[in-house]
Design a protein around this ligand. Structure first.
Ligand SMILES: Nc1nc2c(ncn2[C@@H]2O[C@H](COP(=O)(O)OP(=O)(O)OP(=O)(O)O)[C@@H](O)[C@H]2O)c(=O)[nH]1
Length: 787
């Protein structure tokens, strides 16, 4: 080891490390990651930049030393995900405390945690926005994202999962797998994210390690690898045994401050507790067999060297095999603890560094399309800061980013300049001189970039990458799909299910409200804002009652506008009952040009398991043979526009097939006129086909004690609910039902009073179902103000 003479703080050099030291400014030096593509020179491994965190002095270390850049293999981009209230925020808070970034432990119930920093989060004790926190643990850089558990904020979870390399799924050990865990687990499957399970709340009365593990096996259909066994359960829970090393970890209060920082770690001996010793021995053998079944390299090692005695298998060999199995997503390590009682979080941090992947261990097909130095980054979240404007969270995959540099936004087709780069420490940010692949940071100064946008070095590099993408797909030519592939897998924004009007206190405030809504939309793509074409009113569309309530609250607190919300309404859909045809003629002279279109369209209902939100567009052979490409776009725009507002109640039209049977267009006709004619013709055809209103059907899961079960069921019967299953979960009953969303307004208050606050529920969109004719005419009358 030698020390770099030009470093401001200090900087170690190590032979053959893939880093090079650069001195870019007076105040800081950075390390440049060479990612095997450039020649290694004498290299920096660690670079420390001293940072002062002046805000939140009570909470934060006065001067936290933050390493500017880490070796790629020592970075972990990790998410914490779970069902609401499983303890994600509490666990994150402990991680920050043990890693030394906060001096006192915050508590969700006292509203003083670091990651739940929005006023609404602190008041309600829930996570709404995902918060990115960067901290270091034993020479590893952990970029951790605490995600919301409430279904109304599922999109927020999805958005974050895309930039993560690994995740910790937190469970309430007394409840096992709950509804929202299943949702986020499926999301993580979709993004192929290796995971670790943490069975939290082992101190709770009904906590059961065995029950929780069984429910992971059954409901998540995964293979749990038990890396720890609890010592005691519920009130007697006091520590863990590491199954791999057979070491016990016991947390004992050392002083008045029972913060769990210090714990006793020593080998578990047979004399300590013979039955626990045997249990651990058995668990280790089972673990070895499980891993050997899933990993050939480990199986070979056992067969060749240790088939006689598993005890002699070195822990590090077993750990490496567990790591390989976890990265390949063949199984999931399971750990346990109690974040609230400060037990088990340090071993969880060790497991994150040991078993979850570094950025370079994940494979991204799109990286092949970029040259080595070319920037490829994803904007995955936008926050609005009153002083600094929009702050864009960026995950960088290749190339590097520096303050004051220009980037090309592929989604927006524009070049933007960022002014500064910041490391996110919950609501505090620390300025950094550059950003290397695998890292997450905040960019200041990007005016256009929104959640989900792909950023590259320049337009030329986007075009070159598109060409490369086209070549690897086997095509010669660059086409739209190549460009689309360059956009790093878009987040699917679910359609909102609720809407209501929103009005400013006076017309003078309308502009301010519009600004606030556009900022909030850039942050949250699941929030939709529309203008009612008949009344001119602004309409707010969201994912649930809580979502709209939070938006309303934020407009008041963050933008100082007291708005009025109209009654919350359900976002229905329209579809057609039969096939029908319609014709239309548009003949208009504007200036010296004659716009002339005649068309005939046929609509047919599409049936199937899955709903088809966008219309399927087809052309009769006689049309497609002579149809120029430019006209096709105008036709499709007309069809899409028409489907946004159905002819009966103005709700989006779904599950339809539209065939263009004939089309005649005068040469001078503009595209707008073609779209208008097609749109009008389609409305006619839809009306003729008979409109069916569809309502959102929700999947409801209520966890309720046996005493209150009948009250909850009786209430459900009045809400047109159909009970699908009643399961037992420890001492509770879990009711799974399907209920129309229209019947669920204010449900949380009703359920609370029916069950004395003991029941919890989750509500998730399952499908859309047809209203019967009585319900449909009642709805029509209500909408027309007749009842
Ligand atoms: N008994 C017990 N309670 C815990 C534990 N961890 C968290 N809690 C409590 O569980 C509740 C929820 O904790 P949070 O950390 O906010 O859970 P969360 O998963 O972040 O919740 P959302 O962000 O709303 O999804 C709080 O009342 C915590 O005090 C634990 O280990 N044991």
């Amino acid at each position: 080891m030698e020390t770099c003479s030009r470093s401001i703080e200090y900087c170690h050099f190590e032979e053959n490390s893939p880093f090079q030291c650069y001195h870019t400014s007076e105040s800081a030096h950075i390390l440049y990651q060479l990612s095997n593509r450039k020649k290694p020179c004498s290299s920096c491994v660690l670079c420390l930049v001293s940072v002062n965190c002046s805000r939140q002095k009570r909470h934060w270390k006065k001067s936290a030393t933050v390493k500017a850049v880490f070796a790629l293999c020592r970075i972990r981009n990790i998410g914490i995900m779970a069902h609401i209230d499983a303890g994600k925020t509490t666990t994150t808070e402990r991680m920050l405390y043990y890693s030394g970034y906060i001096r006192t432990l915050g508590d969700v119930d006292d509203g003083d945690t670091v990651t739940d920093f929005m006023v609404q989060e602190r008041e309600r004790g829930i996570t709404i926005q995902s918060a990115a926190v960067t901290f270091d643990w034993k020479d590893y850089r952990i970029n951790l994202i605490d995600t919301p558990g409430h279904v109304d904020f599922t999109l927020e979870v999805e958005r974050c999962l895309r930039v993560l390399d690994g995740a910790v799924a937190v469970f309430d050990a007394s409840a096992g797998v709950e509804a929202q865990t299943l949702t986020v687990w499926r999301q993580a499957d979709k993004h192929q994210i290796p995971r670790i399970c943490f069975l939290n709340k082992m101190d709770k009365n009904r906590a059961s390690f065995t029950y929780a593990v069984e429910s992971i096996k059954q409901k998540l259909k995964t293979k749990p690898l038990l890396l720890q066994l609890p010592i005691g359960e519920a009130k007697t829970f006091r520590g863990l045994v590491d199954v791999v090393t057979k070491e016990q970890m016991i947390w004992k209060p050392t002083s008045d401050l029972d913060d769990g920082k210090f714990f006793e770690q020593k080998p578990l001996l047979e004399t300590d507790d013979p039955s626990l010793f045997q249990e651990v021995q058995d668990a280790r053998n089972t673990l070895i067999e499980q891993v050997a079944d899933l990993d050939d390299e480990f199986a070979e090692l056992i067969l060749e060297e240790h088939s006689e005695n598993f005890d002699l298998i070195p822990s590090n060999k077993l750990q490496s095999a567990i790591r390989r199995v976890t990265l390949a997503q063949k199984a999931v390590p399971v750990l346990c603890g109690s974040a609230l009682k400060n037990k088990g979080v340090q071993p969880l941090l060790d497991a994150i560094t040991m078993y979850l992947p570094a950025p370079h261990e994940r494979s991204y097909e799109f990286l092949e399309w970029y040259n080595n130095d070319d920037l490829c980054a994803l904007a995955f979240k936008v926050l609005h800061d009153k002083c600094r404007g929009p702050l864009v969270f960026i995950r960088i995959y290749s190339g590097s980013l520096k303050p004051q540099s220009a980037v090309y936004n592929i989604n927006k087709s524009c070049t933007e300049r960022m002014s500064r780069l910041l490391l996110p420490f919950a609501d505090q940010q620390i300025e950094i001189p550059s950003l290397m692949p695998g890292n997450i940071a905040l960019a200041v100064g990007l005016k256009q970039s929104a959640t989900g946008d792909t950023l590259v070095s320049s337009k030329a590099s986007a075009v070159a990458a598109a060409r490369q993408a086209g070549r690897s797909a086997g095509g010669e030519q660059r086409n739209t799909s190549d460009i689309e592939r360059l956009l790093l897998a878009g987040v699917e924004v679910p359609e909102p299910v609720f809407f209501c009007t929103i009005e400013p206190p006076s017309m003078a405030k309308q502009q301010d409200l519009d600004n606030a809504l556009s900022c909030l939309q850039r942050e949250d793509p699941s929030l939709k804002v529309k203008i009612d074409p008949d009344t001119g009113q602004t309409i707010l569309c969201g994912m649930g009652e809580l979502h709209i309530e939070i938006i309303h609250d934020r407009i008041k607190r963050e933008y100082g506008i007291e708005t009025y919300l109209g009654p919350l309404q359900v976002a229905y859909r329209e579809t057609i009952l039969n096939a029908a045809q319609a014709t239309d003629v548009l003949d208009k002279v504007i200036g010296d040009k004659r716009h002339f279109v005649t068309t005939e369209l046929e609509v047919r209902p599409v049936s199937g398991e899955r709903m088809v939100t966008k219309p399927i567009i087809e052309y009769a052979e006689s049309v497609i043979e002579v149809l120029p490409k430019e006209l096709q776009e105008a036709i499709e725009n007309g069809i899409m526009n028409s489907c946004v507002q159905g002819p009966l109640l103005g709700f989006p039209v779904q599950d339809i097939d539209v065939t263009v049977q004939s089309l005649t267009v005068h040469p001078d006709t503009s595209d707008t006129m073609i779209s208008a004619c097609i749109s009008r013709c389609l409305q006619k055809a839809l009306k003729k086909a008979g409109i069916q209103i569809l309502e959102p059907l929700m999947s409801l899961e209520i966890t309720v004690s046996e005493d209150h079960l009948s009250a909850a069921l009786a209430d459900l019967a009045q809400r047109r609910g159909s009970i699908q299953e009643i399961q037992s979960r420890q001492d509770n009953k879990v009711v799974i039902a399907a209920v129309p969303l229209a019947e669920m307004m204010g449900y949380s208050t009703v359920l609370r009073s029916l069950t004395s606050g003991s029941a919890t529920f989750t509500l998730e969109l399952a499908s859309y179902q047809a209203l019967n004719s009585q319900e449909q005419s009642a709805l029509l009358q209500r909408r027309m103000g007749l009842v």
